[in-house]
Design a protein around this ligand. Structure first.
Ligand code: FAD
Length: 374
């Protein structure tokens, strides 16, 4: 290597700190370390991927990342049964069900193999000027660090984005609760239940790990426990274990960068507002962010196509939020038509733009629901 090449390489190497060792922080850390940066990840919990706060559904779009899945895959699904109060439809779609603890550890191991250092039981507590104060929770000592770049991958409440002053306070959060239950399930089928009595604003789910174990839950903006308990009772489920967590709704006004800090994943609200799935969009966003850091590109600009997808999910979410039970029944009867089902079966939920445009072309009566946008 000649001197110029060495200098160029030295120039791009940065001291980068990632706050939060969730899947998105670990994936960003892996890509950054692989690019030659010096990467440290600080995670407040003592274990990676614990407590689990996720159903672990990933669409077929996840294949694009080319990860070997054996270490974290629990089940593969090939259809989704959708219930409204009086209708039912079935859509053929491939989905993966993963174990979040094992998935987060898989990504953390990738990062470590590339040289990233992961500090567990270390919490970001505050910012003083350009310095970040990190607390070692076991030894109860604080240290000051001044990295070149900070990545806020610290989840829906992002203390880092708050400290940098770019957490958009009008963000809306959902609260999700789910239980692991025993029963008899079709191991290849997810069931979802829509309607204002079951789960206003979103849906309830039954997601099989196998033919005898499933993850059952729902998410709402209020009274989550009430709807969850009722759903469990109606299906005679007994919880073997309960998990709960906050899920942000994508907010177009959430900025992604301030000073030397970038937000990614739930910290930036990049979650599909229709399904509250955040893993695939967050992984995509991490790839864009790392390309921007490596090649000095504008993150807000480069993320534009992903932002369009998030925005489309948000518009659909706004419409569905105003649905009556009768609207849910009408929607399902439209989807039940073979010409519409075919479209639903050709696109993953991650990419709603062709899904919406092609569906509207085939079934213009769906335009009726756009009245709820105004
Ligand atoms: C009930 C439920 C079900 C879900 N189901 C799905 C699903 O099926 N599919 C899907 O795609 N998504 C699902 N989600 C959403 C998904 O869990 C998130 O989108 C995903 O975890 C986002 O990853 P992340 O790395 O951005 O954030 P997180 O996974 O939240 O990770 C952030 C990390 O930052 C750490 N942290 C926070 N503050 C600090 C601090 N001050 N210092 C140091 N570390 C800190 C946290 O401990 C955490 O480990 C679900 C969420 C819930 C709650």
């Amino acid at each position: 290597m000649n001197t110029l090449e060495t200098d160029m390489e030295m120039n791009i190497k940065k001291d980068i700190v990632v706050i939060g060792a969730g899947p998105i922080g670990c994936y960003a850390a892996y890509l950054l370390a692989k690019s030659g940066h010096q990467v440290s990840v600080y995670e407040e919990h003592a274990e990676l991927g614990s407590p689990i706060q996720c159903t672990g559904i990933l669409t077929g779009e996840f294949d694009k990342f080319n990860f070997p899945k054996d270490s974290f895959l629990v089940n593969t699904i090939n259809k989704i049964e959708v219930y409204s109060p009086k209708q039912k439809t079935t859509i053929q779609q491939k989905d993966y069900i993963i174990c979040r603890r094992r998935f987060d550890n898989f990504l953390a191991d990738l990062a470590k193999k590339e040289g990233a250092k992961i500090f567990l039981s270390h919490s970001f507590v505050r910012k003083e000027g350009r310095q970040l104060i990190i607390k070692d929770l076991l030894n109860k000592v604080e240290k000051n660090i001044s990295p070149d770049v900070v990545i806020a991958a610290d989840g829906p409440l992002s203390p880092t984005a708050k400290a940098y002053g770019f957490y958009y306070h009008q963000r809306k959060n959902y609260y999700g609760i789910q239980a692991t239950v025993k029963g008899n399930f079709d191991s290849q089928m997810i069931k979802t239940y829509f309607g204002n009595e079951v789960c206003p604003n979103l849906f309830a789910w039954i997601v099989p790990e196998s033919s005898t174990i499933a993850r059952v839950g729902l998410a709402t903006t209020k009274n989550t426990r009430h709807y969850f308990d009722r759903f469990m009772q109606e299906h005679n489920f007994i919880a073997l274990g309960i998990q709960a967590g906050t899920i942000p709704v994508y907010h177009p006004k959430q900025k992604l960068k301030k000073d030397n800090c970038y937000a990614v994943g739930d910290a930036s609200t990049y979650v599909k507002a229709t399904t509250l799935g955040g893993i695939v969009p967050g992984l995509k966003q991490a790839e864009i962010l790392v390309d921007c850091i490596n090649n000095n590109k504008d993150y807000e600009r480069e993320v534009k196509h992903l932002r369009k997808q998030m925005w489309t999910h948000l518009q659909i979410h706004k419409i569905l939020n105003k649905f009556s039970d009768k609207d849910w029944d009408s929607l399902l009867s439209y989807i039940n038509q073979p010409k519409i089902q075919k479209i639903f079966e050709s696109y993953t939920r991650d990419n709603p733009i062709p899904l919406v445009t092609k569906t509207l072309l085939k079934e213009p009566r769906l335009l009726y629901f756009t009245k709820y946008l105004f």
